[in-house]
Design a protein around this ligand. Structure first.
Ligand code: SF4
Ligand code: SF4
Length: 553
């Protein structure tokens, strides 16, 4: 008998799960168009490796993971890439983001196998993580964190691997149906994850309102002989929240601001285990998942839906009326997000599509009611499973005192909505917390930007100053070199000039150059002239002397 540790707070909710579990799961109809946002996970967006006009096969890689915290994308069906452009994505703000849009050809042609299958037990932890990463698997419980990253404890010992089958929100039944129909495959995936983590023990937590799923799991474990505990937990919302399930199964609390691995625990969703099994055993990337379609539809049920299928297609397939939509929630009524359009696609983290028509025939917690003033009843604090003070956080959020609200650990709030649910004044408390968190994130992002800009500016100033100094230094060296070198040159020039003068003078003093290299005739003429002059000198010495002297004026 596994000992349980009840967390404080929480609420008991009406389940509304019967309708969607009445029918077996079947594949959803193939949509004409698949819309695949590049970012369906926590981390950076995937990078497209296809272009508009490309033909793609089912399972083919269409966007690769650019860095470690990212997940690649694969074509959920065969067809043609018709656009890579902005399209509305499932987000509370109604924002658009870059999506790869594929027009399906109806042939569902698979890409060839990319690797030969091997016994999973023979694969190393590293090889397993590589397969899981390449298959684009993210946490299917809704968080969307790349599974391979979470399966790498980075050398830290893992005492317990918990598989979360609690699924505590009303209406959502996709995990329950998965366990009913594929308990053995989920168990096989769990054992692969255990191998990757080298976890000492494995525990599967499942709420006690899912007896068929519980039985299927117990049978699978018994037949396999695996050393895995299957534990039923009380149906109290939010048992399915990671930290609360950990506390309930182990009695350990994840520290504020910390992660389960900090206390030697890793928790994964049952859908993630199934995706791991398919990737490792069947060489299939994550291209589909179980989704609950519930609320104002004629046939609430679970479908196996291709990632990228527009929500409107699912509503029509389940007999809903798209024209009379009042609210469309992705997720459950407590933690889900209202969509602005039914053209947004199913993404890897979509577990439920909850439809509310204008006739309000679905008993969802109302978010339209007029909020009354807080009467300080304290119900919210009693219901909070994280031991926070929701009323105080509400006041500080209203006052935009974001420093103070952090003193009350707002980032430990899991946005479960228990405080909203019990508030007699119908104050949309979670809305205030989400607003405060996003403001704090924005302020921090702005501060980071400002710090970065200041650092850049300071570095630029430093660089300019350094360059200025270096330039001055270079000029100084050059000047000094010129001065030193100039003096030498000057000396050399003077010496050369003096040499030239000396040479010229000596040339003037020497015998005329026109007596050199004479021809015999010239020499003879000179000799004759010299003879005549000597003869004349002999005959008349005085005349000869006078003739050699220049005439005076
Ligand atoms: S439950 Fe509502 S009314 Fe009561 S203390 Fe909390 S915020 Fe105020
Ligand atoms: S939404 Fe946050 S504050 Fe409210 S009960 Fe849940 S954890 Fe507590």
């Amino acid at each position: 008998m596994h000992r349980l540790f009840q967390f404080r707070g929480g609420v008991v909710l009406k389940e509304h799960k019967k309708d969607a579990t009445a029918l077996p799961v079947q594949p959803a109809k193939l949509p004409a168009t698949l819309i695949l946002p590049l970012k369906q996970h926590i981390g950076s967006p995937a990078e497209p490796v296809v272009a508009v006009g490309d033909k793609v096969l089912k399972g083919q890689l269409i966007a690769r993971a650019g860095d470690a915290i990212c997940a690649p994308l694969h074509a959920p069906s065969s067809g043609t890439v018709t656009a890579i452009s902005d399209h509305p994505v499932p987000h509370a703000s109604g924002m658009s983001a870059v999506c790869i849009i594929i027009e399906t050809d109806g042939e569902e042609r698979w890409r060839p196998r990319e690797r030969t299958l091997s016994n999973a037990a023979e694969l190393s932890a590293q090889e397993l993580r590589g397969i899981i990463r390449d298959a684009g698997i993210v946490g299917l419980g809704g968080a969307g964190f790349p599974a391979a990253v979470k399966l790498d404890p980075g050398g830290r010992p893992v005492d317990t691997l918990i598989l979360n089958g609690a699924e505590c929100e009303p209406y959502i039944t996709c995990d329950e149906m998965l366990l009913r129909e594929h308990a053995r495959e989920v168990l096989a995936g769990l054992l692969m994850m255990r191998h990757a983590l080298a976890a000492r023990r494995c525990v599967i937590g499942i709420e006690n309102n899912k007896p068929r799923a519980f039985r299927a799991l117990c049978e699978a474990v018994r037949d396999s002989g695996a050393d895995v505990e299957v534990v039923e937990v009380p149906t109290i919302y939010p048992t399915g929240s990671e930290k609360q399930l950990i506390q309930m199964l182990t009695g350990k609390e994840v520290p504020s601001g910390g992660l389960p691995i900090d206390i030697g625990i890793v928790c994964h969703n049952v859908g993630t285990a199934y995706a791991v099994y398919r990737a490792v055993e069947l060489d299939q990337p994550l291209i589909s998942r179980y989704v609950t379609i519930a609320g104002s539809v004629a046939h609430a049920r679970n479908l196996e839906v291709l990632i990228g299928t527009p929500l409107g297609n699912l509503i029509e397939e389940c007999g809903g009326n798209r024209d009379s939509l009042h609210r469309l929630i992705v997720g459950g009524p407590m933690m889900g997000t209202a969509m602005h359009s039914d053209t947004v696609p199913v993404v890897k983290g979509t577990n439920c599509v909850l439809v509310e028509s204008t006739t309000h025939d679905v008993p969802l917690p109302s978010r339209d009611a007029y909020a009354m003033p807080c009467i300080r009843c304290g119900n919210c604090a009693s219901a909070c499973p994280v031991n926070l003070l929701p009323q105080q956080m509400y006041w500080y959020a209203r006052a935009r005192d974001f420093d103070k609200i952090q003193d009350y650990n707002i980032f430990d709030c899991i946005e479960c909505g228990c405080c909203d649910y019990v508030c007699p004044s119908q104050i949309p408390l979670v809305g205030y917390y989400r607003y405060a968190k996003s403001e704090i994130w924005n302020q921090e992002a702005e501060k980071r930007q400002a710090d970065l800009a200041r650092e850049r500016h300071q570095f630029r100033e430093f660089r300019l100053e350094r360059e200025k100094k270096e330039r001055a230094e270079r000029h100084k060296k050059k000047r000094s070199a010129v001065t030193q070198g100039g003096s030498d040159d000057k000396q050399a020039a003077i010496q050369a000039a003096m040499a030239r003068v000396r040479a010229k003078k000596s040339a003037q003093d020497s015998t005329p150059k026109n007596t050199d290299n004479l021809t015999p005739a010239q020499q003879k003429a000179i000799d004759d002239a010299d003879r005549r002059r000597e003869e004349k000198t002999r005959q008349n010495p005085n005349e000869s002397k006078a003739a050699t002297k220049p005439d005076r004026p």
